[in-house]
Design a protein. Structure first.
Length: 128
């Protein structure tokens, strides 16, 4: 597995803090997030990929790239309106208060935890 440097540490901490994460990590086997090189691109693709299925995420990503007028970059995305992001197919956060308590327990590895949660629903490996 060609995992990011932090991956093993994230697995250990998440497994110790949350029995559900421990089970998801164990059942996922030796897999990890695979980056495409550019950290911002990887982050943006992982957020889009968490929205829905892989096929639908590809469609949302295409609309997102078009709205960014090319390669999505932090500066361009920061200038986009919420309505523009919604038009791309991105949803607003739901149940903020419920998620906040769990999120704090999983800090600083919330992105890794989210990756495992989505992986449990769609086991097809995805390269962001």
């Amino acid at each position: 597995m060609d995992a990011p440097d932090y991956w093993c540490n994230a697995q250990e901490v998440l497994s110790a803090r949350c029995p559900v994460m421990r089970g998801l990590i164990a059942s996922a086997g030796p897999v990890a997030l695979q980056a495409r090189g550019d950290p911002y691109q990887t982050l943006a693709r992982s957020i889009v990929g968490q929205q829905i299925s892989v096929k639908a995420a590809a469609s949302v990503w295409a609309r997102f790239e078009a709205a960014c007028v090319g390669k999505p970059e932090a500066v361009r995305v920061a200038d986009m309106s919420l309505d523009c992001l919604r038009a791309c197919g991105l949803s607003e956060r739901k149940s903020r208060q419920e998620a906040a308590a769990l999120g704090e327990r999983l800090r600083p590895w919330r992105s890794v935890a989210t990756w495992y949660l989505w992986r449990s629903l769609d086991p097809e490996p995805v390269s962001y």
